[in-house]
Structure formats: C-alpha cells, structure tokens
Design a protein around this ligand. Structure first.
Ligand code: PMT
Length: 331
C-alpha cells in the first residue's frame, strides 16, 4: 500500500529493480509443482468450451502479503486485509462461468465459507453418541451449501487455490501465473485485490537469526517493493484484461489516486475503495467512465454487482481485441 498519504513524488520502478527483486528473493518452495498446476489449469480451461466460447480465466489475488524481518522468521510486518473481497469475488466469477486461480494469503477468508462461523470446524460439527461426526443442526444448511459449492467448483475444474504468505512468495507466484496466462491473450483477466506490501527488507540485508531485543532500539531500513503492475501489463501478459485496486482511508484523495493509477499502469479498470466502507461501496474507474457500485441491502455482497460489471466489460474487451486481430484496426 502507498504509505505517503498522497504526498511526495511517486516511486518509479525500473526493469532493473524488478530483476534484482526476483534475483535476491529466496527460492519459491515447490515452484515446479506450482508452475505445473497453473499451466495445466490454464491449458485445460482454454480447451474447454461453454456457450460456444472458450472458458475465461481470472487470477484473483486476495489477502495481504507479509514482510519477514528475519530469514528464520520470528517476526514480520503484516496488514489488515481479511481476504473477504477476493474470496467473495471468486464465488461470483465461478458463478459467471470463469475458471479462477485464487492466489490467497494462507489463513485468510476462503470462497464459500462466508456464512460459516469463524472457527468453522469446531463450531459447525459435533460428535454423536456413537462418536461419528455430524453437522450441528444450527449450521447444517450453511455447511452443506459450502461443501456443495466448493466441491462443484473444484470438480468442474474451475477453481485452483494457491496459497502464499510473504511478499516474496506472492510476487513469484504472480509472475508464474501471468507468464502462463499470456497464452490465452485477452481471455485472461487479473483482479488484483491483494493488499501488497509497499516496503520490505531485502533478503540479503535481512538478519538470519531472531533479532535480539537486548541490543536496544531497533533501527531498520525498508526498501520499496517494486510495483509489478507495469511489468505485468507490458511484458508478462500484455493482452490480459487488468483490474487493480486502490485503497485509501482519506476519501478526498481516493478517486484522484485511482485515476492516476489507471493512467500510469495502463490498467483497464481500477476499483477504488475506502477502508471503512469497502464492503458497502466501491467506485470503478475506466478511461471512459466512473461507476459507483453499491450493495442494495446489508445481506448482499457488493462483489455481486462489481463482478457483473467486470464480466460485461471483459466481454466487450475480448470482442474488440478479436476485431483488432482480424482487421489490424486500432479500436
Ligand atoms: O481483504 P479485505 O479485508 O476484504 O479488503 C479488501 C481490500 C481493501 C484489501 C481490497 O479491496 C483492495 O483495495 N486491495 C488493494 C489494496 C492496496 O494494496 O492498494 P494500494 O493502493 O496500496 O495498491 C494499488 C495496487 O497496486 C494494488 O492492486 C496492488 O496489487 C498493486 N501493488 C501494490 C504494491 C506493490 N508493491 N505492487 C503492486 O503491484
């Protein structure tokens, strides 16, 4: 997140900053399997057809990245994101027929679990007299619905869940996904709802062991995390439809900053939201309009209307991109 409160010169990210971030990051655990799963998921879905068109694929990022302070991590910097936006949006994308790569922070909200209590395993189930496990009557309907919807999405091959914890893991997996999504061109979408750290401790300058408190006050220099939006748009997946988010706590600067992000990173749309009202309303900004999207009542998700709008705009974008491909015309 941007920590400058709208003041000061924006940081510029060069290709060299991005290269050096990846070169110095600790290697991604299980990277071979992550790449394989992503590739297979995209290939399978790009071959499958629904309503006469190939399945569209969206990468939804969700939750907040951590910044470790020690290589053998005891302490880390975290942020507020619960993952509600990403998890709920995933459900509506699946409902709209999209295949979803759900890149989420471990331990944050999961699709289809929104109506379950927080400690769902212990609160939703009970033991019968003969020690079998059954859903508690008060939660039985919610549990059945969650299991049914989740299994349907996974069995239909429409949901791939990939977890991350640190900023290093998040950006490395995002790059793997983006480069694989290149093959599906405009049928791919990025929906970047994760709250990504703006500052981090580079791996090589990080203490290996637990920082000792006896050494007195802690003085630590954090480096800016390179913004990956430009490289995602320009190099990794240039034809994909890209939606980023802009979060502020001060409503006076929100729309202006979202507008700036739209132009600077050449996003197709930016979803602007304010911390305290983020579950009630958002403003979707594109080069041609600004649309306020609100939930109509308390039991409704703002994501329902938001995803409807994005799916509609993505369809127009795909249509325009195929016209350009056929005629060479600039739309
Ligand atoms: O998870 P919830 O509790 O439901 O909350 C949802 C949300 C508020 C986290 C979500 O709606 C949201 O706004 N997510 C983006 C928050 C954020 O980091 O905003 P930002 O203005 O600091 O960053 C703007 C964009 O730049 C983001 O899309 C981010 O993916 C991207 N970014 C940020 C930092 C960075 N170093 N590189 C990036 O690419």
């Amino acid at each position: 997140m941007d920590s400058r409160n709208g003041l000061g010169a924006p940081q510029e990210t060069s290709d060299a900053d991005i290269e050096s971030f990846f070169e110095s990051a600790p290697p991604l655990r299980d990277s071979f399997n992550v790449s394989r799963k992503v590739k297979e998921f995209i290939e399978r879905n790009s071959r499958s057809f629904e309503n006469g068109r190939s399945t569209r694929v969206v990468c939804v990022t969700s939750g907040g990245t951590t910044v470790p302070l020690e290589q053998r991590c005891v302490r880390f910097i975290d942020n507020f994101s619960s993952g509600h936006r990403g998890a709920t949006s995933t459900e509506y994308f699946v409902k709209a027929g999209y295949a979803v790569i759900f890149l989420h922070r471990r331990g944050t909200c999961q699709p289809y679990c929104g109506s379950l209590p927080e400690d769902s395993l212990l609160d939703c189930f009970e033991l019968t007299e003969d020690s079998t496990v059954q859903a508690c009557p008060s939660h039985a309907e919610a549990v059945k619905r969650a299991i049914r919807n989740h299994h349907a999405a996974v069995e239909e091959g429409l949901l791939l869940k990939l977890p991350y914890t640190t900023i290093f893991e998040y950006l490395q997996i995002l790059r793997v996904i983006a480069i694989s999504m290149r093959s599906i061109g405009s049928c791919g979408m990025f929906y970047l709802a994760a709250a990504v750290s703006d500052f981090y401790v580079p791996w090589e300058s990080m203490a290996e062991h637990k920082i000792q408190s006896a050494a007195g006050p802690l003085d630590m220099r954090l480096a800016p995390v390179p913004k990956m939006l430009s490289v995602l748009r320009n190099k990794w997946a240039p034809a994909a439809f890209c939606i980023s988010f802009k979060l502020e706590t001060d409503p006076k600067i929100l729309l202006e900053k979202a507008d700036k992000a739209l132009r600077k990173y050449k996003m197709h749309m930016v979803v602007a939201n304010e911390l305290s009202t983020r579950n009630e309303e958002v403003v979707v900004i594109s080069s041609s309009d600004r649309i306020a999207v609100r939930r109509e009542h308390q039991n409704e998700d703002v994501e329902k209307h938001l995803i409807d709008l994005l799916v509609e705009r993505h369809a127009v974008y795909i249509e325009k991109s195929s016209t350009v491909a056929l005629t060479g015309e600039v739309v």
